[in-house]
Ligand binder design. Structure first.
Ligand SMILES: O=C(CO)COP(=O)(O)O
Length: 146
C-alpha cells in the first residue's frame, strides 16, 4: 500500500477556473448561476477566463497569464504547491490547441495531487451541490518519495 497523507481542504475552497474560447460561455453560464456561492471562495483563473468572470459577473479573481502564454502552467505550479482544491477546467474536446501539451500537463498534475477536477457542467453541478463544497474535507494525497 502506498503511504498517504491528509491534506485538509478548508470551508473556503481555492478554485481555479479556466475555459477554452469555445467553452467560455458554458463556464460563464454556470458561474453566473452559482455566483453567490462562488463569491464565498478564493478564485484563480487564467487571464481571458478571469477577465470575463470579473467583467461579466463582478467576481474577485486572482489572474494568471493567458492559458497559451503560460497561464495553464502557472495554475499547475499552484496545484503542485498545494494552492488549489478544485480545478474547473472547461477544455475544448473538439479543437486542437497550440498549447495542448500544457493542457495535458495541467490535467495530469491535478490528478497527481488528487485535486477535484471538473471539465463539464454536469460534473460542475454535482461538485457545487456536494456537502463538501462548503465544509472541510480530508483530501488524501499519496506520499511521494523525493
Ligand atoms: O487557453 C486556455 C486554457 O488552456 C484559457 O486561457 P484564457 O483563460 O487566458 O483564455
Amino acid at each position: 500500500m502506498n503511504e498517504v497523507e491528509i491534506v485538509e481542504m478548508d470551508e473556503v475552497k481555492r478554485i481555479a477556473l479556466i475555459a477554452h474560447d469555445n467553452r467560455k460561455q458554458d463556464l460563464l453560464d454556470w458561474a453566473s448561476y452559482n455566483v453567490e456561492t462562488l463569491k464565498k471562495h478564493k478564485l484563480y483563473a487564467t487571464w481571458g477566463t478571469g477577465t470575463l468572470l470579473e467583467e461579466k459577473l463582478g467576481l474577485e479573481v486572482i489572474k494568471f497569464k493567458p492559458g497559451p502564454l503560460g497561464g495553464d502552467q502557472e495554475v499547475g505550479s499552484l496545484i503542485a504547491n498545494n494552492g488549489v482544491d478544485i480545478l474547473v477546467f472547461f477544455w475544448d474536446p473538439l479543437e486542437p490547441m497550440p498549447h495542448d501539451p500544457d493542457v495535458k500537463a495541467l490535467l495530469r498534475i491535478a490528478v497527481v495531487w488528487n485535486v477535484v477536477v471538473v471539465s463539464d457542467k454536469a460534473t460542475a453541478d454535482f461538485v457545487v451541490s456536494s456537502p463538501f463544497f462548503e465544509k472541510k474535507y480530508p483530501r488524501l494525497v499519496r506520499k511521494y518519495e523525493y
